[in-house]
Design a protein around this ligand. Structure first.
Ligand code: BJW
Ligand code: ZN
Length: 245
């Protein structure tokens, strides 16, 4: 039988004895499902940086371009399946008395995998919102028209996601802060930890005495502040943390 690395065993022990576990995920958890991440070499679309298109300014300036970007992502995401990391988190939820999954991802893969207590901090790509009457609706057709309009008031629809400079839904943020304050263990998986306020949730947990564990291909600005950093693929590491206890 292969030896279990000491760090993995430590984290398993923390998870096995915790009553409250919170997980924060970012684009890296979906990378092995074939979903591009935002930063690094993946974060380009037709010569544009993904982070430049995910802004209210880009949408105000050229809504067709931004909708083309989101239609491309909707097409890409429609057939995509959760990977072993998403699936392991479903099993973790089943083992822990109080489990909260905070995700920055809009790709719906945690729900597709079967996770239940999810907070989507940055929205969901399958939801649209009217810029005038603010109605939110689920629209799964792919692609949407190049400028989709609201069936109620006729004004423009936009993706129901959180762009730079926009506030997160206050109720979502409150749930996220509560879950970060009250957990005994937090796993931070596949995020570059540069986007606020999501990144700070790891510090909130740490300050309240939680064990905080990072799973990432590489170090992040928060690595040195956390208890354990596991460097490798989420699809390999997360299942290892969740099995064997
Ligand atoms: C793997 C892997 C594998 C790869 N296994 N790992 C404080 C200081 C400075 C700035 C700010 C601040 N507070 C707020 C700001 C401004 C701004 C911000 O944070 N800017 C910084 C970038 C400088 N924040 C905001 O504007 C937020 N709003 C806000 O604070 O509002 C305040 C307000 C209050 C009241 C009224 C009005 C305003 C909103 C942020 C919204 C972010 N939106 C996006 C787009 C969502 C929609 C969409 O998807 O299209 O969210 S941007 C983008 O970044 C997306 C992501 O969720 C987010 C985070 O990215 P993530 O997930 O970390 O991905 P990557 O690509 O960066 O990293 C992937 C990681 O995975 C890497 O580390 C890899 O190594 C790793 N990896 N493969 C394991 N197989
Ligand atoms: Zn409307």
């Amino acid at each position: 039988m292969p030896l279990t690395p000491l760090e993995i065993q430590r984290v398993r022990d923390w998870l096995a004895t915790a009553a409250r576990v919170t997980v924060l995920t970012g684009a890296g958890i979906s990378a092995e499902s074939g979903v591009p991440t935002f930063r690094g070499k993946d974060g380009l679309w037709q010569g544009f940086r993904a982070t430049e298109l995910a802004t209210p300014e880009a949408f105000a300036h050229d809504p067709k371009l931004v909708w083309r970007f989101y239609n491309w992502r909707r097409e890409l995401l429609a057939p995509v399946k959760p990977n072993p990391a998403h699936e392991a988190l479903v099993r973790l939820e089943g083992k822990v008395p109080q489990f909260t999954l905070l995700t920055q991802n809009i790709d719906d893969l945690h729900r597709k995998a079967g996770s239940r207590n999810i907070v989507e901090l940055h929205g969901n790509i399958w939801l649209v919102r009217c810029i005038r009457c603010l109605r939110v609706a689920r629209k799964e057709e792919v692609p949407l028209p190049e400028l989709p309009t609201c069936p109620e008031c006729g004004d423009l629809l936009r993706p129901h996601v959180v762009w730079f400079g926009e506030a997160l839904d206050p109720a979502d943020l409150e749930r996220a802060v509560d879950a970060s304050r009250s957990c005994e263990v937090m796993l931070v998986i596949g995020t570059s930890a540069v986007v606020q306020p999501a990144a700070s949730l790891a510090l909130v947990a740490r300050e309240r005495g939680a064990r905080v564990v990072e799973v990432n291909l590489e170090a992040t600005p928060y690595t040195h502040l956390l208890d354990v950093a596991l460097h490798g693929k989420a699809g390999t590491l997360v299942p290892q943390l969740v099995e064997g206890w």
